[in-house]
Ligand binder design. Structure first.
Ligand SMILES: CC(C)(COP(=O)(O)OP(=O)(O)OC[C@H]1O[C@@H](n2cnc3c(N)ncnc32)[C@H](O)[C@@H]1OP(=O)(O)O)[C@@H](O)C(=O)NCCC(=O)NCCS
Length: 221
């Protein structure tokens, strides 16, 4: 972790933070597409489309074209789902980090800086559905600085802050396709609490789940 400093967010970090968040989220598009392709419902739909068009048109071109269009449609739906989440986050907390995270006693936003460049982010605030815990949010590390222990240091920053504020645990939500993040959190002692489907219709169809993790700090003392 040479040359890496973790410090509180400042207003001039705004664009770099938004960029890191957006690129981090977009990284999950290919794995989400692969997840959808593995679903029996998707495979059945593609197979049925292919076979029925093949039987009715007696041509190979039409079913191949239809399946290609269907795949492009699925890709678009996934991109739409991610974009909706990214846009909502950019409009809400990430549009006013000072107000959301820095003006309150029990929340904070940090960045990891390397040679004057923001290369990582993390935040925490009282969890909306469980205000007795702090929720870790906005964990992201720039691709060029991965594998250096920056995310581990950001996790420790949140755990220390949470302990300092007298909360018993940190919770967080991550998606089933964020496998690097799952490994990170499990490595840091977080335990899986539950897995649940996102409420959106399309997410239900493609069986897209979120995982809730918890780090119990009473055990860590
Ligand atoms: C997940 C993420 C934050 C990890 O950042 P990082 O700085 O590379 O992580 P670290 O170097 O601190 O590694 C921490 C631990 O996580 C695990 N880990 C992280 N990336 C991993 C990978 N690609 N493969 C296997 N394990 C990995 C390892 O256990 C690692 O510890 P180790 O090196 O001692 O084995 C980064 O990959 C990222 O920003 N991803 C995109 C955004 C994202 O998914 N954010 C999480 C949203 S909830």
């Amino acid at each position: 972790m040479a040359n890496i400093q973790i410090r509180k967010y400042q207003d001039e970090d705004s664009e770099a933070v938004k960029e890191l968040f957006t690129s981090g989220m977009n990284e999950h598009l290919p794995s989400s597409f692969m997840h959808v392709m593995k679903q029996p419902l998707t495979q059945m739909l593609l197979m049925c489309t292919f076979c029925s068009l093949m039987a009715s048109s007696k041509s190979f071109l039409l079913p191949v074209l239809a399946v290609t269009l269907l795949l492009a449609g699925v890709r678009q739906m996934i991109a739409y789902m991610f974009n909706k989440h990214i846009e909502a986050s950019l409009k809400n907390d990430l549009n006013n980090i000072g107000e959301t995270y820095l003006n309150r006693e029990d929340s904070c936003f940090w960045v990891a800086e390397s040679d004057g460049q923001v290369v990582g982010t993390v935040a925490c605030l009282p969890a909306e559905d469980a205000p007795e815990f702090l929720e870790l949010k906005r964990m992201s590390v720039c691709r060029s600085h991965r594998g250096m222990g920056i995310a581990k240091a950001l996790c420790r920053t949140v755990a220390d802050f949470t302990l300092d504020r007298g909360y018993p645990a940190v919770i967080l939500y991550t998606s089933m396709v964020a496998t690097d993040a799952q490994k990170l959190y499990e490595h840091m002692g977080y335990k899986k609490i539950r897995q649940f489907l996102l409420p959106e219709f399309f997410a239900k169809i493609i069986n897209f789940t979120l995982i809730e993790y918890r780090l119990n700090l009473e055990e860590e003392k």
